[in-house]
Ligand binder design. Structure first.
Ligand code: DC
Length: 235
């Protein structure tokens, strides 16, 4: 599908299928891809390594700007680095997953990362490419003007099962029951924080992925892109 270079905002809670779908959609459209969750995870990884108490918001805020962060936008291999170290794998482990909600609730962290995200999006569009951006606040805060906004959900069971598979892939152990508890805690923190909480943008399209496999979700998102592009008259 030939599509004009636009921003496609993909929001939703963890386990909703956002990541694999976003990468696939970006590859299909020839778009770049930005995983904003990986940026929060990378900063969290570094803070844990520095021995910061992530529950201490003032300590987290003081260090929010201190690490050099970089992230690639290739949907097939989007590397994320902290001070030059590739942390793409360790940021998926349970230690970082358990701490990232606390770090991402700190306004100084969000201000820095949202600013970086907006710069990456602007540079990508300026270079003539489209971009799929996934996260929690893309349609509401990072790219409120995105012409296509999707909000993915799934039942708690489906999400916990998917998260368990992801953790097992990193070589760590996890049970669906543990993931249920962990996700409920993170959902609660991500949705209730004061600074840009997880929320569905009023103008986004809600997609329940519980009964769909990856190809089904990809097809539904591409259909939405096609409709938007047709309506707006962009070739
Ligand atoms: O999508 P993920 O599970 O990799 O995200 C990790 C955490 O980062 C998640 O608990 C919430 C936070 N996050 C956020 O606050 N805002 C975003 N745009 C993306 C992620």
């Amino acid at each position: 599908m030939e599509t004009a270079p636009i921003v496609l905002a993909m929001d939703g809670p963890s386990g909703s299928g956002k990541s694999s779908v976003s990468r696939e959609v970006a590859s299909t459209l020839g778009f770049r891809y930005l995983d904003t969750g990986a940026m929060y995870r990378a900063l969290t990884w570094w803070m844990l390594r520095e021995g910061v108490d992530v529950e201490d918001a003032a300590a987290v805020a003081a260090l929010a700007g201190k690490a050099e962060l970089s992230i690639g936008t290739d949907p097939l291999s989007a590397q994320v680095k902290v001070n030059g170290t590739d942390v793409s794998l360790p940021i998926r482990g349970r230690e970082v997953t358990g701490a990232v909600s606390a770090v991402s609730a700190v306004p100084a962290v969000r201000t820095r990362l949202v600013g970086m995200q907006q710069q990456i999006i602007a540079a990508t569009l300026a270079a003539g490419a489209g971009i799929v951006v996934e996260g929690r606040d893309i349609g509401t805060v990072v790219a409120p003007d995105a012409p296509v906004k999707m909000f993915l959900t799934a039942t708690a069971d489906a999400r916990a099962t998917r998260r368990t598979q992801e953790i097992l892939h990193t070589g760590e152990n996890a049970t669906v029951h543990e993931m249920h508890i962990d996700m409920a805690r993170r959902d609660n923190l991500d949705s209730s924080r004061a600074a840009s909480p997880l929320a569905q943008a009023a103008d986004s399209v809600l997609l329940d992925t519980t009964q769909l496999d990856k190809n089904g979700v990809v097809a539904a998102v591409l259909e939405q892109v096609r409709r938007t592009v047709l309506v707006s008259g962009t070739p």
